[in-house]
Design a protein around this ligand. Structure first.
Ligand code: PMP
Length: 422
């Protein structure tokens, strides 16, 4: 694909006008992928509508399939108590906050959610924003400036990369999870910068692996830098009771300067949050553009996240089931000879296929066998690491996990599809 695309770029027609949307970057790649998929007889695996609540199973096109495509890690999206909390908030406040919180959009449920998030980490305060992606963009973009340094893991999420770009700070990416390389870079670049910020994730969404948090905490202190951890996939997943990467390593959450997370995964809402020091939160609350100039979070989503957080704390057995499921799935995948990369088997298990066409084919073959799992293709990843990404849930049954691995084996062997038992 990469070769084909390059050849096409080379001989493609010169833009007739600077106003042609078809000449925008990436348009040709998209066209090419569509053409290639059509020629191979593959359906588009993206934008498939799900017709109900996507949990361990989901309904797509009138078929109930086993689902590995959602971040509903603890099965709380659909939990009656979470739905009831959201319904009650709608009845009380309506559907929208109808204004920025700074002016008329503040509702009691916003502060209640923020207090619960701050208590979760044992830090001073928290702030909830309308989107996880927007949280990283606005907070990084606002906090750091052109005289500063942002050092980040090479596998960091797009939202952090975009925020770092917006800030105008010097940006250095270090090799994935390589804290030694990170420290070398920091030592070399720290002097020239006013402020420095290290950005890592608590649980990496592409590979399903985790960083050595204590090393990053020490390094941040040694070099007078802030440490920010994006816990989008860590909350409810990592640590014995799902409190996150700090629980896993026995690190005091106060030793991380900036906790970031989203409400759209374990917490079954939609939005992002920052938790940490009171001065930081007050400053963001009064000046971060993505907070001040954006509508307040929909009250029902704040209520859903608050109830989900309560259930996460009250029912740690959900976390134990999720982790048991993921580690069993990882073991079964390895036994089947699949390349699962560096996954720790906490909730995310990639199966690296090695080409975009191969990954798209395998995803389709699994869909034909009653399994929904999304392929990650070039240009999202290099073609050689194109993969399927399995998101586990505490609600998957052992039969579903075993059936899925058997389906992967049979699809790879090119056998005729037979639906697995959902
Ligand atoms: N950070 C990470 C690590 C993510 O994986 C994501 C989204 N998957 C986000 C931030 C953005 O969160 P949201 O989808 O809730 O906007």
């Amino acid at each position: 694909l990469q070769r084909l695309s390059k050849r096409r770029e080379e001989k493609g027609p010169a833009p007739r006008t600077a106003r042609a949307f078809r000449e925008l970057p990436g348009q040709r790649d998209m066209e090419l992928i569509r053409e290639a998929a059509g020629a191979l007889g593959l359906e588009n695996p993206f934008f498939r509508p799900h017709e109900g609540i996507a949990g361990a199973t989901t309904r797509i096109g009138n078929r109930e399939v086993v689902n590995f495509g959602s971040y509903n890690y603890l099965g709380l999206n659909g939990d009656r108590r979470v739905l009831a909390a959201a319904h009650a908030a709608i009845e009380r406040y309506g559907v929208s906050a109808s204004a920025s919180r700074m002016v008329s959009g503040e509702r009691p449920v916003h502060a209640a959610l923020e207090e619960a998030l701050a208590a979760h980490y044992g830090v001073d305060a928290a702030l909830a924003l309308v989107s996880g992606h927007a949280t990283n963009v606005t907070v990084l973009g606002h906090l750091m400036g052109p005289r500063d340094l942002i050092l980040h893991d090479a596998a960091i999420h797009n939202s952090c990369a975009e925020g770092a770009r917006l800030s105008g700070a010097r940006r250095i990416a270090f090799a994935h999870n390589d804290w030694r390389a990170a420290e070398k870079e920091l030592a070399a670049a720290r002097r020239g910068a006013r402020r420095a910020l290290i950005v890592i994730e608590g649980h990496y969404s592409m590979d399903g692996d985790i960083p050595e948090l204590p090393r990053f905490v020490e390094m941040a202190r040694r070099h007078d830098a802030w440490l920010m951890v994006d816990e989008a996939h860590g909350m409810g997943v990592v640590g014995a009771t799902g409190r996150g990467i700090h629980e896993h390593w026995g690190v005091d959450a106060k030793d991380v300067d900036i906790w970031m997370g989203t409400l759209s995964k374990t917490l079954s809402g939609c939005g992002g949050y920052i938790a940490g020091n009171a001065d930081l939160i007050a400053w963001l609350k009064h000046s971060a553009p993505g907070f001040v100039y954006s509508v307040g979070m929909a009250p029902a989503l704040a209520a859903a996240a608050l109830e989900s957080l309560r259930i996460l704390h009250a029912e740690p057995e959900r976390v134990a089931r999720l982790q048991a499921n993921a580690s069993m799935f990882l073991r079964l995948a390895k036994e089947a000879g699949l390349d699962t990369g560096t996954s720790n088997g906490l909730a995310i298990v990639p199966v690296i296929v090695g080409s975009s066409v191969g990954a798209a084919r395998l995803s389709q073959a699994l869909f034909d066998r009653g399994v929904n799992v999304q392929p990650i293709l070039y240009p999202a990843v290099p073609d050689s690491s194109a993969r399927l990404r399995f998101f586990l849930s505490c609600e998957h049954s052992e039969a579903q996990l075993r059936g899925t691995i058997a389906a992967v084996r049979s699809a790879m062997a090119g056998a005729q599809p037979a639906e697995i038992d959902g």
